[in-house]
Every structure is written in structure tokens, then in C-alpha cells.
Design a protein around this ligand. Structure first.
Ligand code: NDP
Length: 330
């Protein structure tokens, strides 16, 4: 049976004005797929990259990589979900800015009863990202309680989750953010030190805080504007984890610069490599559900928009006006 759904789509790359509300047809799930009806949809900075065309997908494109809702139907071969289940996901392919969608079941997990739909929609992509950054990306000399790490955009969606989770792991997290208010928010969520990187030289402050030693890991999702300074924050054999481009992509660089900085390591990570198997997706989600369920990590939803106001949500996110997570409500 074919149904219709509202879908917030782009027909051309560009600014937030490209987002339009269309009506699309949604069919039955095929092998390995589910049909989910969204109760809430998560907003992520990757939606901006897909809208502008920095990350390319065929057009027209329904945006959105994260959501939570109720499973309506499952296709052949789907064993871990059934119609009526509460579920949430971070998807490998866009399409969550909609009332309902058909999608691969691989990345869809049952949502524990104690976690409401808005929280589920806000936390999957951002929380699984914090999970792999803090738990799966290891510097060669290991990461132990008491070690310093630097996390940029610490008051954002991924950032506030990472601040809390790092504290639970015993890490000494130095967070950067774009205003004093955002710095205070990051500190209230577990950052031991914060730096307003619009008014202070963060690399110099990191050297001061760490008594000249530097940090073991830098988690950098800001990209172009922070790249050079970030490399100067690392101690010898430290790890630079580049995972985003909020200020623009990092320009090409010569590997030769890494030796004199202390034989440092650089990696570019994407969540979608980590969640490319059903087993690993579930294992990572279980880890996330545990820290959220125990209260060690609280998912802070600071902005809510109607799904049809996705354009306003994009404008806020890009203007650095948001903190924590943002959800769109169908
Ligand atoms: P955020 O809520 O963190 O929003 C992005 C933040 O980046 C802004 O609030 C702003 O905080 C900061 N920023 C710095 N410079 C700019 C700029 N020029 N324009 C806009 N924002 C800027 O977003 P998310 O939590 O959704 O994602 C955080 C980052 O992590 C993004 O870069 C995203 O692409 C990346 N990401 C990567 C994944 C991966 O696996 N590779 C997965 C998930 C997210 P401030 O004002 O404090 O500087």
C-alpha cells in the first residue's frame, strides 16, 4: 500500500531558502528495510553540508539523518524490529525530514522505554558520534583517566554530549566555544576548562592549562578556522581527530609538518564507517543508551521547530545561535 508523507526537500543546492515542503509517496519496505513513522527528527550540521552541496547526494533530496518514531512495517529478513516497536536511528542515508520513510533496518535500533521520542531523535547521530570519538578513536599511547583532551564547539549538539561523557570517563576536557555563555554551558556539562575561541588564542591557552605539555587528543569539527591552532595543541604522538567542517573544509596540507610538531597523528573520521554493520551499530547504541539511561549523559534539547520550519532551524544552526540539540517535530 502506498501512503503519502510530507518531506522537506531540496531541488537545488544552496541556502536555507532551498528547503521546500513536498508531498512524496512512501511504499512498502523491501528486504532488509523498515517503514518508520517519525515522532521527532534530529537536526545536524551534516544536513547543512548536504543542503549546500559540500556533501553530494542526488537531487531532489529529502534531508535529515536522524529520527525516532514507531515502526509501521518491516521487510523480509528484518529480525530485530517488528511493527509497533519504538525505534530511533542515525541513518547512513538522508530522508528523516518527513512524516514517514522507508529505510535500511541496519541502523535502526529499538528505543528503550525510558527514553522519549524527542530525546531519541536528538541523541542518536550526535551520541553515536561522541561514542566513537571517545571510545573507539585511540591515540597510539592510549587514553586514560586524567588525560587532557581538547574538544571544539563544546556547547553544540555533539559537544555537550562529549563534555559529559568525557567527564564520566575521567578525561580532563578543555572545551572551546564561540561565546562566554556557551563556555559556561560547556563547563556546567563537564568541561573542566573552556576557552572562548572568538576572543582568545586557544592554542596558547591550551599550553597554559596543560603546563606546556599539550593534549593527547584534539577533536576538531570546526575545520578550516581551527586546523592550524589545533595541531599546535597536541603533545608528542598526540592524535588530531578531524570530523567536521562547520567553518569550511580543511585545505590540503603537507604531511611533513607533522614531524616537527611531535610526530603527531592525524585522522579524518566519519560515523558512517563505524555504523556500517548491524552488530556494531547496536553495540555502540547500547553504550549510548547506558550512559543516557544512568543519567551520566543528559541530552539537552534547547531548540524545537515544526518540521515545516526546517528552514528557520537551519538559519539558527548556521548563525551559531543554537546550543545543545535541536529537534524538528512533524
Ligand atoms: P553543533 O550544534 O555543534 O553546531 C556547530 C557549531 O560549530 C556551532 O554552534 C558553532 O559553535 C561552531 N562553529 C564554529 N565555526 C562555525 C562557523 N563558521 N559556522 C557555523 N558554526 C561554527 O552541530 P552538530 O552537533 O550537529 O555537529 C557538530 C560538528 O560535528 C559538525 O561540524 C558536524 O559536521 C560534525 N559531525 C561529524 C560527524 C562525523 O562522524 N564526522 C558526525 C556528527 C557530527 P560556536 O559558536 O561555539 O563556535
Amino acid at each position: 500500500m502506498t501512503q503519502t508523507s510530507r518531506a522537506v526537500r531540496i531541488h537545488a543546492h544552496g541556502g536555507p531558502e532551498q528547503l521546500v515542503v513536498d508531498t512524496v509517496e512512501v511504499g512498502e519496505p523491501g528486504p532488509g528495510e523498515v517503514r518508520i513513522r517519525h515522532e521527532a527528527v534530529g537536526l545536524n550540521f551534516i544536513d547543512v553540508y548536504q543542503r549546500t552541496g559540500l556533501y553530494q547526494n542526488p537531487l531532489p533530496l529529502t534531508l535529515g539523518m536522524e529520527g525516532a518514531g514507531v515502526i509501521e512495517a518491516v521487510g523480509p529478513g528484518v529480525m530485530h524490529l517488528k511493527a509497533g516497536d519504538r525505534a530511533a536511528y542515525a541513518a547512513g542515508m538522508p530522508g528523516s525530514y518527513s512524516d514517514l520513510r522507508v529505510m535500511p533496518a541496519m541502523n535502526v535500533c529499538q528505543l528503550p522505554d525510558a527514553i522519549d521520542f524527542e530525546t531519541g531523535a536528538a541523541m542518536m547521530l550526535k551520541g553515536l558520534t561522541a561514542q566513537y570519538l571517545l571510545r573507539r578513536c585511540r591515540p597510539v599511547e592510549g587514553l586514560e583517566p586524567g588525560d587532557f583532551v581538547l574538544f571544539h564547539a563544546a556547547a553544540g549538539g555533539v559537544g555537550l554530549i562529549a563534555c559529559q561523557w568525557a567527564k564520566a570517563l575521567g578525561l580532563r576536557l578543555i572545551g572551546t566555544a564561540g561565546s562566554d555563555e556557551k563556555c559556561a554551558l560547556a563547563e556546567a556539562h563537564g568541561a573542566e576548562f573552556t576557552i572562548n575561541y572568538r576572543t582568545e588564542n586557544f592554542a596558547e591557552r591550551v599550553k597554559d592549562i596543560t603546563a606546556g605539555q599539550g593534549v593527547k587528543v584534539v577533536y576538531d569539527s570546526v575545520g578550516k578556522d581551527t586546523w592550524d591552532g589545533s595541531l599546535d595543541c597536541l603533545r608528542p604522538f598526540g592524535l588530531m581527530v578531524s570530523f567536521g567542517n562547520a567553518s569550511g573544509p580543511v585545505p590540503p596540507f603537507a604531511p611533513g609538518i607533522l614531524g616537527p610538531k611531535g610526530s603527531i597523528y592525524v585522522t579524518r573520521q566519519t560515523l558512517f564507517t563505524h555504523i556500517n554493520s548491524r552488530e556494531r551499530t547496536q553495540a555502540m547504541a547500547n553504550d549510548l543508551f547506558q550512559v543516557v539511561g544512568s543519567g551520566q549523559v543528559q541530552i539537552r534539547i534547547d531548540q524545537r521547530f515544526a518540521l515545516t520550519d526546517a528552514r528557520l532551524a537551519h538559519e539558527s544552526l548556521e548563525a551559531r545561535k543554537t546550543t545543545g540539540c535541536t529537534v524538528l517535530l512533524p
